[in-house]
Design a binder for this molecule. Structure first.
Ligand SMILES: Cc1cc2nc3c(=O)[nH]c(=O)nc-3n(C[C@H](O)[C@H](O)[C@H](O)COP(=O)(O)OP(=O)(O)OC[C@H]3O[C@@H](n4cnc5c(N)ncnc54)[C@H](O)[C@@H]3O)c2cc1C
Length: 379
């Protein structure tokens, strides 16, 4: 049994790490401070294949395996959690379901553009009363002789500020919960679709999160990804991959926090010696390193499973739960070790501390991951 990425996967991660350190890292504080969507850096990342890592080369993707993808997201997140999640949304939540469920015509229209970064995708599932209860869709898609008319409101749609296309989930018809939901490919410039920035956010600032208002948005029947009742399946399939990517994102942020804490503990002195000499500090660092490594094993296991079979639901939930909580604790300990220097607004640890928190919320809260895991183990 080999619990190590292959040399090829490591080499790919190293290339992404170098790009992230040289190009993304220096911009991370500015992206956070001004909450600017980093479109130019996304284009640069796309040139390395990072907007369609597992998408076949025939459609402009990098054609790589899922472990390589997860390692790339982790490497991006070490430099900027925002770029990592922008890429994760485009890859796992838009390009991958399009490659899996899309018709040839849908793939020709959007997949190459998404995989090459020419276009950017968004995933519009959440609503005011359809967060954890995602099946409770109040957005409605009504079929008539010219296709579908979409009406409703989506909230917290990452990438929305810069996206060219969104997968919009809507009830077809309403009140049939998970069984009657469609997934629609909707161009963001469709008539009747408007976007509004309704909330500033604590972390992952610059993610371009917006609400979408859909008022009589007209789409052809062939905008459906899968059948009219396949949308919930599409969403859950996409989230299985997305949760692996969020686990990787959390690990990148957690590793960055641990790096900051180690560097500081070695150089900062109190009582005449580096604080790294004190066991209280050593134990915090040891706990973070151990917990992050344990979570990385679960993340790699889930990524490997995703590459071999479609629905690694249990593995993905375990990976996301353990990585997001381990990374949260690592950022918290880094804050404790840097103390007032970490707590200062604008410090790296302060940004990591804010960024990591979202990984326990989006793509299913920690409570939802525990529900998924419990459902599997209880049978
Ligand atoms: C930065 C950010 C980016 C996002 N990006 C996207 C995106 O791109 N696309 C998208 O569709 N959505 C996105 N979301 C929305 C995200 O997926 C939801 O916030 C998340 O699913 C939780 O839903 P909610 O916020 O409505 O909380 P709620 O579902 O209202 O939950 C509130 C609390 O109740 C708990 N809870 C709910 N039900 C249960 C239960 N049965 N048992 C126990 N506890 C329960 C939850 O765990 C939570 O603690 C984003 C959110 C954020 C913060």
């Amino acid at each position: 049994m080999i619990l190590e990425p292959t040399d090829d996967q490591k080499a790919f991660q190293l290339r992404v790490s170098m790009f992230a350190a040289q190009r993304i890292g220096p911009a991370a504080a500015r992206i956070d401070e001004h909450a600017v969507f980093p479109r130019a850096l996304v284009t640069e990342a796309a040139a390395l294949g990072l907007m369609g890592v597992t998408i076949p080369t025939a459609f402009g993707g990098a054609g790589r395996d899922y472990v390589s993808y997860a390692l790339a997201i982790e490497a991006l997140a070490r430099a900027s959690a925002v770029i990592a999640v922008i890429a994760a949304v485009n890859n796992s939540l838009v390009a991958e379901p399009l490659a899996e469920f899309g018709t040839e015509a849908q793939k020709q229209a959007w997949l190459r553009r998404l995989a090459t970064g020419e276009s950017l995708g968004a995933f519009a599932l959440s609503e005011e009363h359809a967060g954890s209860d995602a099946a409770n869709q109040q957005t409605v898609a009504r079929l008539d002789d010219r296709g579908y008319l979409l009406n409703g409101r989506k909230v917290w749609v990452a990438n929305a500020e810069a996206a060219d296309v969104a997968i919009v989930f809507a009830a077809t018809p309403p009140a049939s919960r998970g069984r009657g939901i469609g997934a629609f490919l909707v161009p963001m410039d469709a008539s009747g679709l408007s976007r509004a920035m309704t909330a500033d956010s604590l972390g992952v600032r610059g993610l371009g999160c917006m609400d979408l208002e859909l008022t009589d948005v007209r789409v052809d029947a062939d905008a459906l990804l899968g059948g009219p009742a396949d949308g919930f399946k599409v969403a859950m399939w996409a989230l299985d991959g997305g949760r692996v990517a969020i686990a990787a994102q959390a690990l990148g942020v957690g590793a960055a926090a641990l790096d900051e804490a180690i560097a500081y503990a070695k150089q900062h002195e109190q009582f005449g010696q580096p604080i790294a000499n004190y066991q209280a500090i050593q134990w915090m660092l040891a706990d973070s390193a151990t917990e992050l490594d344990a979570a990385r094993m679960l993340m790699l296991k889930a990524a490997d499973a995703r590459g071999r079979r479609a629905r690694p639901t249990l593995e993905a939930a375990m990976a996301k739960l353990s990585a997001s909580e381990a990374a949260h604790r690592a950022a918290d300990r880094a804050m404790q070790i840097l103390a007032s220097r970490g707590y200062r607004r604008g410090s790296v640890v302060e940004r990591l501390f804010r960024d990591v928190r979202a990984t326990e919320i989006y793509q299913g809260t920690s409570e939802v991951q525990r529900m998924v895991i419990a459902e599997h183990i209880l049978g």
